[in-house]
Design a binder for this molecule. Structure first.
Ligand code: SF4
Ligand code: SF4
Length: 305
């Protein structure tokens, strides 16, 4: 790559970053997901912590086998988070009230209506599909990791295996293999307790409220994800309050998109140039590499609708 091309890439990227959300499909408060988008209702009152969903995800996404088997329940001694090799994890929470059993909660990317990961990505590596999935294109990603900082649920994980082939890893709602042909994700299909219900998000919200209405003793009266951060595709019901199962209640009902935009409007130039430098370095690295052989895609998603 010529020095002039490198500087041009930096300038174009820097301008895009400093102008904020150029090229994004929507602005703050103007987009509420796709009306027919799909989602999943996670009913933690039904979950028994069998970890079958973790195993199904591992197989579907062709992830490396974990060090210990999915039958190993000792993992519940610690609270785990998703990482590059585990796009969903189940954690156990002990209720504060005596006489109540533990609650298990599966976690993964919540496929937000207005995703902060997408908004924060200055090269548009993320897409919210009309089916409701938030997917990621590793061929475009430059490895700046803005999305990891922006996500209110700490979901994107980063693969550190190669400095010049950045790969962000997170649940993609089994988009390639299932969602785009109308099939439920692998975790939903395998769950022996029907703790996971796949459907149109708007219908799932009705189902969740019906369950609370019909069996109020069973549920804390809150559908987590209905409103938080502008709404998420994956929704949660529990017998415990959201705080007790480590769901963040400090989040506003406004999409994080607003905050990210405000933030980008106030950051000094050095921060807006930072992603541009990443972009230039990445272009330089991949161009040099392409002289030898094709640049392979190690990400989860190539296509953009
Ligand atoms: S949970 Fe995080 S990674 Fe998933 S769509 Fe929302 S902002 Fe993006
Ligand atoms: S498969 Fe169903 S019951 Fe088993 S841990 Fe996952 S959500 Fe819970």
């Amino acid at each position: 790559m010529k020095r002039r091309d490198f500087l041009k890439a930096c300038l174009v990227s820097g301008a895009t970053a400093s102008l904020g959300m150029t090229g994004k499909a929507w602005g703050s408060g103007s987009f509420e997901g796709y009306p027919d988008g799909m989602g999943v209702l996670v009913d933690t009152t039904r979950c028994i912590g069998c970890r079958s969903c973790e195993a199904a995800c591992n197989k579907e996404q062709k992830l490396p086998e974990p060090a210990s088997s999915f039958d190993d329940k000792s993992v519940f001694k610690e609270t785990r988070r998703t990482d590059e090799n585990a796009l969903t994890v189940v954690n156990r929470y002990e209720p504060q009230e005596q006489g109540k059993g533990p609650v298990y909660r599966k976690q993964q990317c919540n496929h937000c209506n207005e995703p902060a990961c997408l908004t924060s990505c200055f090269v548009n590596a993320y897409t919210k599909t009309k089916e409701g999935a938030v997917i990621y294109n590793s061929k475009i990603c430059v490895g700046c990791r803005n999305c990891m900082i922006a996500c209110p649920f700490n979901m994107p994980a980063y693969s550190y295996s190669s400095a010049f082939n950045p790969v962000v890893k997170k649940c993609i709602f089994c988009y390639d293999t299932r969602l785009k042909v109308g099939r439920p994700p692998a975790c939903v299909e395998i769950c022996p307790q029907e703790a996971l219900t796949f459907g149109h998000r708007k219908d799932l919200i009705k189902v969740a409220h019906e369950r609370i209405r019909e069996t109020p003793d069973r549920y804390h009266d809150h559908v987590y994800g209905e409103k938080e951060c502008g709404g998420t595709g994956w929704l949660y019901l529990s017998s415990l309050s959201p705080e007790q199962i480590a769901l963040d209640t400090s989040l506003s009902n406004d999409p994080i998109i607003s905050n990210v935009k405000d933030f980008l409007g106030t950051v000094p130039m050095v921060l807006t140039i930072w992603p541009a430098l990443f972009s230039g370095i990445h272009l330089l690295a991949t161009r040099n590499k392409d002289h030898g052989h094709e640049h392979a895609n190690h990400g989860q998603e190539d296509s953009k609708p």
